[in-house]
Design a protein around this ligand. Structure first.
Ligand code: MG
Length: 366
């Protein structure tokens, strides 16, 4: 496989409803769609999931664009690639920038699977045929959050994640548990707490949460280990795990009992698969987190979630959860709480070119 050209599409999609977390509220989602092409006219698609601001990790859409254009595309273009698992090594001299790495590596995985005539799920070694859908409910006032949870349950979602922060944790969780005592529920703090809040965090043990996601700082697996020793609720790490080695160290330290694998955060599908396999060996369950993706990123998450140790429902929802219209065809749908893993070639969804061009704000070909 030789990449002849790469097209970067910067898109702007309007979220149906703004999505809040402990740090900011997102109304418009800017993303990069990476298209890699070979000489025979085949295309593979990947998605750059960095936000326009560095609240989640240090990468932004603009730093990803720079990394792709000036550093990464020149490293992969016109070079023979026998298998997409080699791309990780081709980019390994570049420190961090995992979302930019995933954007191009994911596109190459899709191209490879299409050329082989197999699904991306199969190319990755996936075995699960339909995955359980899960959904994240953004931070908002309590009534709005309760109403949204009720709507999502009616739509068939069986696992709900809510965003929490020190000023809105016990109150919202108590209100949810009063209405839904048996709901499969988890809470994501996006690093809103410190160890000084340990008593407040211990109070959350009373809500029978599946897990608490990333309570402490993104760069601190030591304090997470201290906290996990004090909490009954399993800690799940998200922002703290930016590579395979981060995952290994966090598991060695017992900093968490669950890992949220986002291919963008860990540098690609190959790295995701390595973390998945490590967790499987250690008996640690994983799930796939969401980044408010378009259908392209969502399709990659679905394929990844077909690996056998993705035993907890991820943040993988229907296209209509976020968008009036998605940029793929067909759109992702949830049926009775499940999403079918597509069996078609590559990501298994067609790009809707008309919709892509409608939402594109910048397009450059290299
Ligand atoms: Mg998270």
């Amino acid at each position: 496989m030789i990449i002849e050209s790469v097209t970067l599409h910067q898109i702007k999609m309007n979220l149906k409803t703004p999505f809040g977390n402990s740090l900011e509220t997102v109304s418009d989602r800017d993303l990069i769609i990476v298209e890699v092409n070979d000489a025979e006219g085949n295309s593979g698609f990947g998605e750059g999931v960095a936000f326009t601001t560095p609240w989640y990790t240090e990468e932004t859409l603009q730093t990803s664009w720079h990394m792709l254009r000036d550093i990464m595309i020149p490293l992969v273009k016109k070079r023979f690639i026998a298998h997409p698992s080699e791309v990780n090594g081709m980019l390994s001299e570049i420190r961090r920038n995992p979302m930019a790495k995933y954007a191009i590596e994911g596109a190459i995985w899709d191209l490879y699977a299409k050329k082989e005539g197999i699904s991306l799920s199969k190319a990755l070694g996936g075995t699960i045929k339909k995955i359980k859908a899960g959904v994240a409910v953004g931070a908002s006032d309590q009534e709005t959050m309760l109403e949204e949870i009720s709507n999502r349950i009616l739509e068939g979602y069986e696992r709900i994640k809510v965003k929490i922060k020190p000023s809105q944790d016990v109150s919202i969780l108590k209100a949810i548990r009063e209405r839904y005592p048996n709901l499969s529920l988890m809470a994501d703090a996006n690093s809103a707490y410190t160890l000084r809040d340990i008593d407040q965090l211990k109070a959350l043990d009373g809500f029978n949460l599946l897990m608490i996601e990333q309570p402490l700082a993104a760069d601190d697996i030591v304090d997470h280990a201290k906290l996990q020793r004090e909490l009954k609720t399993p800690i799940c790490l998200d922002e703290s795990i930016a590579s395979f080695d981060d995952a290994r160290r966090a598991l060695d330290l017992n900093s968490c009992q669950v890992i949220n694998i986002k291919p963008g955060r860990v540098g690609g599908l190959t790295a995701s698969k390595m973390i998945h396999d490590l967790c499987d060996e250690r008996g640690v369950p994983v799930w796939c987190g969401g980044m408010l993706e378009s259908g392209i990123g969502r399709a990659h998450n679905i394929a990844l979630s077909s690996l056998s140790n993705f035993v907890i429902p991820g943040d993988i929802s229907a296209s209509t959860r976020y968008w009036e219209r998605d940029i793929i065809h067909p759109e992702v749908i949830v049926e009775e709480g499940y999403i079918n893993v597509p069996e078609g070639n590559g990501i298994g969804y067609e790009l809707n070119r008309k919709e892509l061009s409608r939402v594109t704000v910048v397009k450059e070909v290299y």
